[in-house]
Design a protein around this ligand. Structure first.
Ligand SMILES: [Zn+2]
Length: 178
């Protein structure tokens, strides 16, 4: 049986369902048959922080079909690989290796007073060497504060989301084979 939340978003108005049609700035990356990724535009985001969502309207991971669940793993692996390749090739970023891509699923915004109009999505958050310095204290990395990093003093300017940079990044990610 498919579980439903009381806060289930209306499919007709769902921006997640329409993301292929709406084409957020930078466009989308088609991952397999069933998933699409785009630059994440939420306030805490930065360049290369991606949102990955199923094409079909799903509000919980438990609702994914077997094929969607399988493709999710492949999509996470391939997007991580493509991000790493992009970082490795970009001359200006040579001094700032991509060391990790965080993969997270929160989707708590469905419970907000003004619930999100998106369906479920997974965040892929690039974390570079410079970023490590910003979130480290006494030799350990506090990855839990990654969402605050783009507002910190010293956040690398090269990762601000200027439209042309997003276009370039997304075009490169579409072209990369993993
Ligand atoms: Zn939807």
């Amino acid at each position: 049986m498919v579980k439903k939340t009381s806060t289930e978003a209306n499919k007709q108005d769902c921006k997640g369902c329409n993301i292929t049609k709406d084409q957020p700035r930078g466009g989308i990356i088609e991952m397999g048959k069933l998933w699409v990724a785009n630059q994440y535009w939420g306030g805490e985001g930065f360049l290369g922080w991606l949102a990955l969502q199923p094409r079909e309207h799903r509000m919980q991971l438990e609702q994914l079909t077997d094929e969607e669940a399988r493709e999710m793993g492949t999509a996470v692996r391939d997007l991580t690989g493509r991000l790493s390749k992009y970082w490795g090739k970009k001359e200006e970023w040579k001094q700032d290796r991509l060391e990790r891509v965080y993969v997270t699923y929160f989707f708590e915004s469905v419970f907000d007073n003004n619930p999100t109009q998106y369906h479920l999505h997974i965040h892929l958050i690039p974390r570079t060497r410079k970023m490590r310095a910003l979130i480290s204290k006494e030799g350990s990395i506090n990855c839990w504060i990654i969402h605050t990093i783009s507002k910190m003093n010293g956040f690398p300017e090269e990762y601000f989301r200027y439209a042309e940079r997003v276009d370039e990044l997304m075009e490169a990610l579409r072209q990369e084979s993993s």
